[in-house]
Write a protein that binds this ligand. Structure first.
Ligand SMILES: Cc1ncc(COP(=O)(O)O)c(C=O)c1O
Length: 368
């Protein structure tokens, strides 16, 4: 009798040890109100116009590239479109980092895919925790740049919701000149567009900016993201990207989302979400179970509770699904809440309010 062969033994060691990214969909839950993936609450309405599904699509659909370039005021050669910003995070690693030799640097708590992608490619990670006010610790970054070829900076940062101060960004860009790529992840920048660093591309040839249609454009299911950089960096990324990264229907809808009307609709959506965010922040900050509602420039807020576990679980049981951040460094008792429509925000407030009253009653019974 032969023993059963363990197929895992064939896998690369880092893949055997890899803890995959726990996306909102993988985490599951039975919700009516999904506030755990920073998506828009309502599906936008699009019609497919492109029927040539017998043909392979363009690698970089010209209409999509041209419209995105117009939208942000860059040249088409400075724009790459990919299967979400997540694919761009990976492409940068594949272009710039030699596994086992080079390193990437980022500043937790931050978006989880920098770590998962680096792990997947066997690239060393230097994790430099943020300092006060969630800002990067520039002195520590300076001391840890040895072998670093790629720095990911998320601004506004997921999950904390804050922008990285421009002065800190410039310091990091100066420290890395001629040495490493700095990728600024602007997935949420449409919620604070005046803070984009796109204009800095002319000053820093090693700057890369990541963008997406998943957030303010309400198209997370489309899987479409953009990289903005020098034409030279884009040309390098085009060497490693899949031959057909975007399906024809994806390019079709992305091109429609980037028309003048599409962009105006996106801006109206942003105004709605910002107004709901202010409402949710004001209401939550008055509740007993809430210790801190952090400021946010995005479509989500980070909230510190006196007991996040009970809040998370109580709302989960009511079908309101939030994102638990308690395992992230420095985020004890913190939950991240996506800003939904006004009714959804009201339900969050009501559910936490009811729980606050219950907890208060229990306390009073125990300590009359
Ligand atoms: C900071 C950040 N970057 C990138 C992404 C991924 O974007 P995409 O949906 O375009 O892959 C996300 C998604 O949540 C994000 O929060």
């Amino acid at each position: 009798m032969s023993t059963v062969f363990d197929i895992n033994s064939l896998a690369r060691e880092n893949i055997r040890n890899l803890v995959p990214y726990m996306s909102a969909r993988r985490l599951g839950g039975k919700g009516d109100i999904w506030l755990n993936a920073n998506e828009y609450h309502t599906a936008p309405d699009f019609q497919f116009r492109e029927n040539t599904l017998n043909r392979y699509p363009e690698c970089q659909p010209a209409a999509v590239i041209q419209r995105y370039a117009n939208y942000i005021g860059l040249q088409p050669e400075q724009v790459l479109v990919s299967r979400g910003a997540d694919e761009s995070i990976e492409l940068l690693l594949r272009v710039f980092c030699e596994p086992g030799r080079d390193a990437v640097l980022f500043c937790p708590p931050t978006y989880g895919m920098y770590s998962v992608s680096a792990e997947t490619f066997g690239v060393e990670q230097k994790k430099i925790p943020v300092s006060t006010n969630w800002q990067p610790d520039v002195a520590s970054i300076k001391n840890n740049l040895d072998r670093v070829k790629l720095v990911y900076i998320c601004s506004p940062n997921n999950p904390t919701g804050n922008l990285v101060e421009p002065a800190a960004l410039r310091q990091i860009l100066e420290l890395t000149r001629n040495q490493a790529i700095v990728a600024i992840d602007e997935a949420y920048i449409e919620f604070c567009p005046q803070h984009t660093t796109t204009r800095w591309l002319q000053d820093y040839p090693h700057l890369v900016i990541l963008r997406t249609l998943s957030k303010a454009f309400a198209l997370a299911g489309l899987r479409c993201g953009f990289t903005l950089a020098s034409a030279d960096i884009i040309a390098l990324m085009l060497k490693v990207i899949a031959p057909y990264p975007l399906a024809t229907p994806v390019a079709d809808i992305a091109a429609q989302a980037l028309t003048e009307t599409g962009i105006q609709t996106m801006k109206n959506r942003v105004a709605e979400i910002v107004s709901n965010r202010i409402y949710l922040q004001q209401e939550l900050s008055q509740l007993a179970l809430v210790e801190n509602v952090f400021p946010s420039e995005t479509n989500y807020i980070l909230v510190k509770f006196t007991d996040a576990e009970i809040v998370f679980k109580t709302l989960w049981d009511k079908g309101i699904i939030l994102r638990d951040q308690r395992k992230q460094p420095g985020l004890e008792n913190c939950l991240r809440i996506t800003i939904g429509n006004r009714g959804e925000c009201e339900q969050v407030v009501n559910a936490i309010n009811a729980l606050s009253s219950q907890t208060q009653q229990i306390k009073e019974t125990e300590n009359p």
